[in-house]
Every structure is written in structure tokens, then in C-alpha cells.
Write a protein that binds this ligand. Structure first.
Ligand code: ADP
Length: 186
């Protein structure tokens, strides 16, 4: 039985999940697994997955679950994920959260802790426009926020109801957020 931990980073696009996940991944020596990164890589190398995912990502829509679930399962079974991991960008809807629970029961591994980075909408929009990634134009940003509210907000409730959710104020200096995260992760 492993003593590791699965950390699930939740929060709207631009909340700083990626930056914080990277930081904590170094600190805790567990891999940072970002579905957004995996998809962008697949798109830039035009793999079959990348070709199928491209229009969804470009429009700020969620990529269909059947394209992602196998990918996540394979990734979590890799050796470096044995003692824990930080998931960033997954689960993004309730069916994905349920899939993850079933998968982890099957792998009989370790506990999961979900952490929400809380950042107000006006701050988010400013940050994303500054970031200037290819899928960061104003229309796509607006759509990603809508999708977040519709599909991902219920994931927060899902973990809250099971007493597995912590919330952190993400609207402050990155270093302060990292400190708060470390305190919550323990
Ligand atoms: P952000 O940093 O804006 O939160 P990500 O890098 O996590 O964005 O994801 C970028 C895009 O990749 C999303 O807008 C979506 O199209 C797709 N994507 C990433 N993760 C998932 C997922 N778990 N389910 C469906 N689509 C996803």
C-alpha cells in the first residue's frame, strides 16, 4: 500500500492551477499531469488524438470524454505515478470525476484530495488575456468560463459533498498561494 497522495487541482481557467501544480510537483516529487498540456502536445504533433481534439480546444469546448478517459488511465498507471500525482485539468465534469473514483478503487492506491483555487471572474479574464496562448482569445475565454460554470462547478460540489474539497484564495501573489497549498496538503 502506498503512502502517496492524489491531488486534484480545481479552479477556473487562469486560476493559476498549472503554475501551482508545477511548483508543488517539484516540492513533493510527484508528477504534474495536465490534460490541457497533453492535448496541446497531441495537437502540435498532429497525432490521431490531436486531430480529433483540435476543434474542441480551439473553441473552448470540452473534448469528449471517450477521447480522454483512456489517456488518463494509461498515464496514472505509469511508474512515476506510483507514489502520487497532481492532476490539473481533470476531472472537468462529474462523469470524469466518477470515472476517476472507479479507476482508483480498481488500482487500490491512495486517497484523493481536491483543492479549489478561488479567483474572481474579472481577475481571471485579465490574466488570460495577458497570457496570450493560442486558445486565449476573448471569445474562447468567455466560452471556457461558461463551460467551467456549467460542467466543472458541479465537480466542486461532488467533492464537497464527500468532504474531500479544500478551497484556497488564489487571488494573491503566487508564493502566498504556494504556502497556503502546502499547508492544506500537509
Ligand atoms: P486552462 O489553463 O485554460 O484551464 P487547460 O490547459 O486545462 O486550460 O485546457 C485547455 C483545453 O483543453 C480546454 O479548454 C479543453 O478544450 C481541453 N481539455 C483539457 N482537459 C480536459 C478534460 N479533462 N476534459 C475535456 N476537455 C479538456
Amino acid at each position: 500500500m502506498s503512502v502517496g497522495k492524489g491531488l486534484i487541482f480545481l479552479g477556473p481557467p487562469g486560476s493559476g492551477k498549472g503554475t501551482q501544480a508545477q511548483e508543488l510537483s517539484k516540492e513533493l516529487k510527484i508528477p504534474h499531469i495536465s490534460t490541457g498540456e497533453m492535448l496541446r502536445e497531441a495537437i502540435s504533433s498532429q497525432t490521431p488524438l490531436g486531430k480529433q481534439a483540435q476543434t474542441y480546444v480551439d473553441q473552448g469546448e470540452l473534448v469528449p470524454d471517450d477521447l480522454l478517459l483512456g489517456l488518463i488511465e494509461e498515464r496514472l498507471k505509469e511508474n512515476d505515478a506510483e507514489n502520487g500525482w497532481i492532476l490539473d485539468g481533470f476531472p472537468r465534469n462529474v462523469p470524469q470525476a466518477e470515472f476517476l473514483d472507479t479507476l482508483l478503487q480498481k488500482l487500490a492506491k491512495f486517497s484523493q484530495q481536491a483543492i479549489n483555487l478561488d479567483v474572481p471572474d474579472d481577475v481571471i479574464i485579465k490574466r488570460l488575456l495577458m497570457r496570450g496562448r493560442k486558445d486565449d482569445n476573448e471569445e474562447t475565454i468567455r466560452r471556457r468560463l461558461e463551460v467551467y460554470r456549467e460542467k466543472t462547478q458541479p465537480v466542486l460540489d461532488y467533492y464537497r459533498q464527500q468532504d474531500r474539497l479544500s478551497s484556497i484564495d488564489g487571488d494573491r501573489q503566487p508564493e502566498a498561494v504556494t504556502q497556503a497549498l502546502k499547508a492544506v496538503v500537509g
